[in-house]
Design a binder for this molecule. Structure first.
Ligand code: AMP
Length: 303
């Protein structure tokens, strides 16, 4: 199963992604998490991303596309993955399409969690309060100001992806305002429908492939190969010339043989006359030559 989770920051993508990981045995690829890990480890990518992330801006495309491309190639992603936080813009979605095509990977669905913004603000405030109460470290971008910026960025840059994937018939929208449990149930329900539809498509494809294979076998028996038809035509023309020659010699043979036939005792001569007459007739009828050409063509096509 290869999925994209779409939704504004705080829509619950992380929570639902975790549940999908367990259900399908796939990995969650969150560009946000990967970038935060890179910042913490102070890798070159992390150093590039640190300030942009803290201000709630977007890290350059080539950085996130590179991270995703490398991550998809890891063995644990072979069974499937959920992209969370990527793609975030139409150019990133186009880059992802090209990337998946190159890797011969099919995207199964894009799940959009639809929520309203004021509820989001409430959720983020609750999350921050809970984390502070636990003594957990609060993300640098987990504050009202940064959230407002990220929401504006989502509306301007990420929301067009809803249209992008809807046009490509990949989009499945779920009401993210329901309880976490109900959102999970709804996601499971629509993904089961996708899996069933895919299985039906595959089965139908197999039947079609079998039909096409059988008609291809039938088609192969027909004399359609233009090259061999051309050769057969040449051969037919040659045999036409040959037939004319035979006719000439046959006509020559008719005279003395006819003479001999006047004697009733000469049976061999009678047969000779009959044979010569047959050859002569055949040579005059081009239809015969045509028929034998067809026979040659058929024989060649069968071979
Ligand atoms: P997230 O955890 O998905 O909200 O991401 C946190 C931050 O990481 C974002 O505000 C961006 O600065 C950066 N980031 C994550 N994913 C992307 C992406 N696909 N493109 C650009 N920047 C990203």
């Amino acid at each position: 199963m290869r999925l994209i989770l779409l939704g504004p920051p705080g829509a619950g993508k992380g929570t639902q992604a975790q549940r999908l990981v367990e259900r399908f045995g796939i990995v969650q690829l969150s560009t946000g998490d990967m970038l935060r890990a890179a910042v913490a480890a102070e890798t070159p990518v992390g150093l590039k991303a640190k300030d942009v992330m803290a201000s709630g801006g977007l890290v350059p495309d080539e950085v996130v596309i590179g991270i995703i491309s490398d991550r998809i190639d890891q063995p644990d992603a072979a069974n499937g993955f959920i992209l969370d936080g990527f793609p975030r813009t139409v150019p990133q979605a186009e880059a992802l399409d090209a990337l998946l095509k190159k890797k011969h990977i099919k995207l199964d669905a894009v799940v959009e969690l639809r929520v309203n913004e004021s509820a989001l603000l409430q959720r983020v405030e609750t999350r921050v309060a809970e984390m502070k109460a636990r003594g957990a470290e609060v993300r640098a971008d987990d504050n009202a100001e940064a959230l407002a910026k990220r929401l504006a960025a989502y509306r301007a840059q990420t929301e067009p992806l809803i249209n992008y994937y809807s046009e490509r018939r990949k989009l499945l929208t779920v009401d993210g305002m329901m309880s976490i449990e109900n959102v999970t149930k709804e996601i499971n329900r629509i993904l089961s429908a996708v899996t069933t539809a895919d299985a039906a498509k595959k089965a139908a494809g197999k039947t079609l492939a079998a039909k096409q294979a059988s008609s291809a076998v039938k088609g192969a028996k027909k004399p359609v190969a233009p090259k061999s038809a051309g050769k057969a035509a040449k051969k037919a023309a040659k045999s036409a010339v040959g037939a004319k020659k035979t006719a000439k010699s046959a006509r020559k043979a008719v005279k003395p043989a006819a003479k001999a036939a006047k004697k009733p005792s000469d049976k061999t001569a009678t047969r000779k006359v009959a044979k010569a007459a047959k050859v002569s007739k055949a040579a005059k009828r081009p239809g015969k030559v045509g028929k034998s050409a067809k026979k040659v063509t058929k024989k060649r096509a069968k071979a």
